[in-house]
Design a protein. Sequence first.
Length: 347
Amino acid sequence: MIKKNANGEINIDLLEIEDVMDISTLQKFQDNFADSMNIASVTVNRDGKPATKPSSYTNFCSNLTQSTSTGESRCAESHKKGGEEATRLGKPYIYTCHAGLVDFAAPILLNGKSIGSILGGQVLFSDPVEANFRKTAKEIGVDEEDYVKAANNVKETGEKNVQAGAEVLFIVANALVKIGYEGLLVSTVTSDLSDNFSQISATMEELAASSINVSNNQHVLNDEISRVKDISKEINTILDSIKSIADSTKMLGLNAAIEAARAGEAGKGFGVVATEIRALSVNSKETALTISELTKKIQDSVDKTLETANSTLETTEQQTAAIQEVTSNIQEVSVLADSLNELANSR
């Protein structure tokens, strides 16, 4: 898993060669280069540990110099110093190793930071000085005759050839790292993009579902408002009946008052009742008229509310359709992001 910093960016200080380069491709190139140039090479990570298998290593190095712990330790130290100097210079560095062979180190840089080196060489610029190799053989604990014989079999070449070989490895390795890192960035971005679109898509689906519920609720509200309007109409009908009854009651009270007056003293009690009946009919009619005015206001308010509710319903339905369309588009983009992520990861 690629480690990132607090800002979510890839932390180059934690990257290894394997994270940004296809090692099998590097190994194939390294082997072909070593065979064609007859120059040994190996790629190591930032800790100096091999990231590839050695290519075209000489018998002098692999079977003799590195056959003892002393020789192996000296080789590791020599490689380390060469790699550090190459990193400091920011370009290939040619040097003579502890055993007397010509080696080089080509830094592998990513945004100016070293993530490893390509080490190579194991050649000579001139005939080996026998005394020097015998001395080294004694120090590392190998047979002197075998060591001198192996030294005489080491390829002699010119400095320009070694410099050119180191430059080729430097250019190709750093180009592969750059391509790999850019692919890693694309992979990371598309992965984040895919995750974000998935979250957005899920949120939009929830929003669409909620919008549908709102739309359905608005339909129910409109129906209820229409019911209130119908009920108010029924109330008006009833009020009309009350007004009619009040008018009839008033006439009845009037007739009763006339009859009470004709009855004289005997009809006085009935006249009081008739007066109360007429007063009650008047009050009933006035109350009915007041209620009628209120129901008229209610109907006007209901009409306005229904008009607003219909407008809201239309807007809600449009929003629901728009959200569903956006959700569909986001799902399409999410699929494209997933495809892009797969392409980036298959680099």
